[in-house]
Design a protein around this ligand. Structure first.
Ligand SMILES: Cc1cc2nc3c(=O)[nH]c(=O)nc-3n(C[C@H](O)[C@H](O)[C@H](O)COP(=O)(O)OP(=O)(O)OC[C@H]3O[C@@H](n4cnc5c(N)ncnc54)[C@H](O)[C@@H]3O)c2cc1C
Length: 319
């Protein structure tokens, strides 16, 4: 309690607003972005399904390009369903932009030979960065079963890729533990195996509770992991959709977040402003704790990501 509050309590004055304000917790100010190094950024896109969505994606890529991200990554659809579209998007990034692409690649539904062939095509096309993942069972199938001649887990894929070429390899990490892991420790052991097999960066599943991420960094360091663990940031503009998706991928959605989006189901404009404020708060808190690398799940939209990157201190460069 501070002096004024002591005084108010001693005088027997009724508990009023001022007293609540004076006795509540104090929050330290957030850092000034101009005094911090500009963040290292990466942006994730998914391959578009239609011509119209493709045009929209490229407009958004062009908008983000001047922020000079370290790399932009393109996802691989569940069960390898987007193999051709992922490849086409990555190839166009190489051909037409100044960006460095990273191609996501999964183990699902393909033999080691088939996966290796896709990787070789990337290597030959000048794509030297792979985000190596296990992937999930296709929709409708219960649980993940490795292909009989396939790579069973991401760690096996990382080792296989390293046999093909000296790829830069990023892998996935789970601050809230992967939903199928037998324990948080075994999941962290798995991350360590992926790094030991040759990955040099982990990108996290998205999360909303910053504390959870920071505690995960502590645990990872204690487990002997020293490569960067880059927070995956998902700016949320469709709260209901994110809530459903989070239940599947093991990300907890704090009650306070539901409160922020309460009553906004039919009000997309306000939702977007709330989303920007929320993500800005999250990244600034991370930045205040020393994090200077961020991976954005853009959902193929540029505006929220651009604004949040700007708040972090990123400024466009001439391309
Ligand atoms: C940054 C990021 C990008 C992603 N991009 C894509 C994408 O493009 N396409 C896509 O389909 N999915 C993508 N995903 C989702 C990902 O494929 C799923 O989360 C998947 O369930 C796990 O993939 P992983 O690479 O983490 O698997 P792994 O690291 O192989 O781990 C999977 C699970 O198996 C356990 N495990 C690992 N090895 C063993 C073992 N030897 N024995 C028993 N258990 C073991 C782990 O603890 C974990 O529970 C992405 C996820 C992230 C975080």
């Amino acid at each position: 309690m501070n002096h004024l509050a002591d005084h108010a309590a001693a005088s027997g004055a009724p508990k009023g607003t001022l007293q609540r304000w004076l006795t509540g917790p104090r929050v330290a100010g957030l850092p000034v972005p101009t005094e911090l190094p500009p963040p290292a950024l990466s942006f994730e896109f998914f391959p578009p399904r239609t011509e119209a969505l493709e045009q929209q994606l490229w407009t958004n890529i062009r908008r983000l390009e001047p922020l000079a991200p370290r790399f932009v990554s393109v996802t691989y659809g569940a069960g390898g369903t987007t193999q051709e579209r992922t490849h086409a998007t990555v190839a166009r990034l190489v051909r037409e932009t100044s960006l460095t692409p990273a191609a996501h690649l999964t183990c699902v539904g393909a033999s080691r030979g088939e996966v290796d062939e896709v990787a070789r095509q990337y290597w030959d096309a000048g794509v030297k960065h792979i985000v190596a993942l296990r992937g999930d069972a296709p929709a409708g199938e219960a649980g993940y079963t490795p292909h009989p001649q396939g790579y069973a887990y991401a760690a096996d894929l990382v080792a296989g890729l390293k046999r093909i070429g000296d790829f830069e390899i990023s892998v996935a990490a789970y601050p809230e533990t992967h939903p199928a892991a037998s324990s948080a420790e075994s999941d962290l052991d798995n991350l360590k195996r992926k790094i030991d097999a040759g990955a040099t960066r982990a990108i996290t599943q998205y999360f909303f509770d910053t504390e959870v991420f920071l505690r995960f960094l502590d645990r990872a360091l204690a487990a002997g992991i020293t490569v960067p663990i880059v927070p995956g940031i998902l700016p949320v503009s469709n709260f209901n959709q994110v809530k459903k998706f989070s239940a599947m991928c093991g990300t907890s959605v704090p009650v306070w977040m539901g409160k922020l989006f309460e009553g906004l189901d039919e009000d997309a404009d306000t939702r977007r402003m709330v989303a920007a404020a929320l993500a800005a708060e999250q990244v600034r808190l991370l930045q205040a704790n020393g994090v200077d690398e961020f991976h954005f799940y853009t959902l193929n939209r540029a505006d929220l990501t651009f604004a949040i990157a700007h708040i972090l201190g990123a400024r466009p460069k001439a391309v």
